[in-house]
Design a protein around this ligand. Structure first.
Ligand SMILES: Nc1ncnc2c1ncn2[C@@H]1O[C@H](COP(=O)(O)OP(=O)(O)OP(=O)(O)O)[C@@H](O)[C@H]1O
Length: 683
């Protein structure tokens, strides 16, 4: 029997499917399914029917989820031929060969264990030491921070008379996220060990403004900040003066602009240009968008342009070839990814996504090795939800006395203290899983991360590169796995247009890891000598048992049910934010709400998903379903409704933490004005 969620197909799912008579439709669906139920009529789930039609497993009232029925076909993946860009990370040059203070070299060698220059450092450091401005592009994890931090420290330590706190900011480093600000600040702290008279400091949203103000008053020479927070201090902290700034670094400049901080950058640049002396400027960016080029024009003076990637080599990394649009390909930028990075893709029907992710995590962190994973997810609410779900269901102590799996989370709606704690905890841990939004995609240098999972696909190829760049850093090994639904596989070609090549991992292979733990054992009588078909059947049963555990947790109380619905809603909302040129791959209309709901542990598509309701959300009466779908569709895709909200959603990830305060202030001001006008007084 088709569940109600199965029937809630989105309006534009190929009309011939929705309009065919149910019997024909069912037949066709069955023929299409690589996961079609075996001929014995079961779907891999041991079940008996209850009188009311609800299903039960033999496990005391556990509802059965039909995971492997009515899924779309998993298409064969065509991997376009890709000439991957190769970038040599290390050179044979030594820091000790550069014209640097011996104490700075000693700090690099002894404190940071760094002696050899990377390619980007070899090109950038001499140019900056010679006083030039620079635009720098190079692959993730190639040592860009030191490429500007070393010459900056070298330059400030040589100033005579010695720099003092009272000189105020001499260098300004602007980065897009709080964690990156914290990390960059820590790098300066290390480099400045022998030069104690130079004081570094960090400003970032979410911390008490008063305390920051006091620190600024005391004097900070190298100021690392997120743009929003710095603007706030420029506007409200009279003690901040930029008259002595002689270094400006804009790190991850493209990201800063993407996040809508252009205005803030203008405020910062104006406050510098109005008073500042001659300044050296460095701009680091993954992509040279129009915005970045404009920014470079405004704030750089005759810069050297450093781009480390070599031209595409002629050896093609894949063999099967499909034609890609040459014009589109030539228009798109090529990205270099670390050579030691192995990139995989798995095509998973929506309904099976959750168990597939869980099986993968269990395999990497529990059954085989102690891996360290980062999982990228599109919204804060979905991160929150999966975090509590996985802790409850996957973190149980195991029979082999291994410590329980560690799940951490990082997103923009967390309190700053929680963010810092999670970041630090994951940094120092040997293994575990960090569930996060793109707030962790850029610049973060988390040691020994072995796997990057993109559970929700990125909104751009550049973002893909940054996410995977959290592993295989500075010559280390690492792997990545991209989750795509059958409808999204064209994204593989999109990535290939940017010189990114993926190998396929099979869903069945991932799910097979559940064979390692008999906690998920089905009712079948599988034993190791059984046929491969029996094994496949057992794997399905185990996947279904795990899904059922998730669903039981979600449906156990109103709070977790609400959390799952919120997570689904935010997932749908985020899905509407793919840019126009990717809408043919990621379109809200090609999502199946019932199947998407399953991937949040919901047994059916929830009703009344309010503002961001999915198609079929107000289901219930079949008669009204089409109308409801259309209405909800409008809600989901309606520009007016979502334009602002989407921007809000993404800004909130990276906000300075002060917006709330500003809004409150405005409200207060408005109230005050109203009060004045009512009483007839003037302000
Ligand atoms: N020359 C070097 N030798 C060894 N390790 C280095 C060297 N330079 C930098 N590192 C280390 O490599 C890691 C990555 O450096 P960094 O974070 O600057 O990379 P990045 O290019 O800025 O990466 P992303 O693009 O992801 O921001 C850091 O842990 C850093 O300490």
């Amino acid at each position: 029997m088709m569940s109600s969620s199965d029937e809630q197909l989105c309006p534009n799912i190929s009309s011939d499917v929705t309009s065919s008579p149910p019997s024909r439709r069912r037949k066709r669906q069955k023929a299409q399914q690589p996961w079609a139920p075996p001929s014995d009529g079961t779907d891999g789930t041991p079940k008996k029917k209850k009188k009311d039609g609800a299903k039960e497993t033999g496990r005391g009232g556990i509802k059965t989820s039909s995971l492997f029925k009515h899924n779309p076909d998993i298409p064969d993946i065509h991997r376009p031929a890709v000439a991957q860009l190769k970038e040599k990370i290390f050179t044979s040059d030594l820091f000790s060969d550069l014209d640097l203070h011996p104490h700075l070299v000693a700090t690099l060698n002894k404190v940071m264990n760094i002696s050899t220059l990377t390619s980007v450092q070899k090109q950038t450091i001499p140019a900056l030491l010679a006083g030039r401005d620079a635009v720098v592009r190079s692959q993730t994890g190639s040592g860009k921070t030191l490429s500007y931090a070393v010459p900056l420290v070298q330059s400030l330590q040589s100033i005579q008379p010695k720099v003092s706190r009272s000189d105020g900011p001499l260098a300004l480093v602007i980065v897009p996220t709080r964690e990156l600000a914290q990390q960059t600040f820590q790098t300066f702290q290390k480099l400045l060990k022998p030069f104690t008279w130079i004081v570094p400091g960090v400003l970032m949203g979410g911390e008490k403004r008063k305390a920051e103000k006091a620190r600024i008053r005391k004097g900070i020479n190298i100021l690392v900040s997120t743009p929003g927070r710095l603007v706030d201090h420029i506007k409200h902290t009279l003690s901040i003066a930029f008259s002595a700034v002689r270094w400006l670094v804009l790190d991850e400049a493209d990201r800063t602009l993407d996040l809508g901080f252009e205005k803030d950058l203008t405020v910062i640049l104006n406050s510098l240009n109005s008073t500042g002396p001659a300044r050296q400027n460095v701009l680091l960016s993954a992509t040279l968008t129009n915005g970045v080029t404009r920014l470079a024009d405004v704030c750089l003076n005759n810069p050297v342009s450093i781009h480390v990637s070599s031209a595409p080599s002629s050896d093609l990394t894949t063999t099967s070839v499909v034609t890609c649009d040459p014009e589109a390909a030539s228009q798109s930028e090529s990205f270099a990814v670390p050579e030691a990075l192995k990139q995989f893709v798995v095509v998973v029907p929506s309904k099976v996504r959750l168990v597939c992710l869980a099986a993968f995590i269990l395999d990497k962190c529990k059954f085989s090795q102690n891996d360290k994973l980062i999982v990228f997810i599109s919204s804060c609410e979905a991160v929150e939800f999966l975090h509590s779900l996985f802790i409850a269901v996957l973190s149980r102590p195991s029979a082999n006395h291994k410590p329980p799996l560690m799940f951490l989370r990082l997103h923009g709606n967390m309190k700053q203290e929680e963010r810092t704690e999670a970041f630090q905890q994951f940094s120092v841990s040997q293994s575990g899983v960090l569930l996060c939004t793109d707030v962790a995609a850029r610049g973060l240098d988390l040691p020994q991360v072995t796997w990057i999972i993109q559970y929700t696909p990125p909104t751009a190829a550049a973002e893909y590169v940054h996410r995977v760049g959290r592993t295989a850093r500075i010559g280390a090994r690492g792997s990545s796995l991209l989750f795509l639904t059958p409808a999204e596989t064209a994204f593989i070609t999109e990535l290939a247009n940017h010189n990114i090549s993926l190998s396929e991992m099979k869903l069945q292979d991932i799910l097979s890891s559940l064979m390692f733990d008999d906690v998920y054992k089905g009712r079948g009588k599988y034993h190791s000598k059984s046929s491969s078909k029996a094994l496949e059947q057992e794997v399905r049963e185990r996947a279904t048992v795990l899904q059922t555990e998730f669903e039981n947790f979600v449906h156990a109380d109103a709070r977790s049910l609400q959390a799952a619905k919120k997570a689904l809603q935010s997932f749908l909302r985020a899905y509407t934010t793919y840019p126009a040129h990717l809408k043919h791959i990621f379109h809200i209309r090609s999502l199946h709400l019932g199947h998407a709901a399953k991937s949040f542990g919901l047994r059916d598509a929830p009703q009344g998903l309010s503002a961001a309701a999915g198609p079929g959300a107000s289901g219930g009466h079949r008669k009204n379903q089409n109308q409801a779908r259309k209405q909800n569709q409008k809600k989901l895709t309606g520009k007016k409704r979502f334009g602002q909200r989407e921007v809000q959603l993404f800004r909130s990830e990276f906000s300075s933490g002060l917006e709330g305060g500003d809004a409150k202030k405005k409200k207060k001001k408005k109230k005050k004005k109203e009060a004045f006008s009512q009483s007839g007084e003037e302000e």
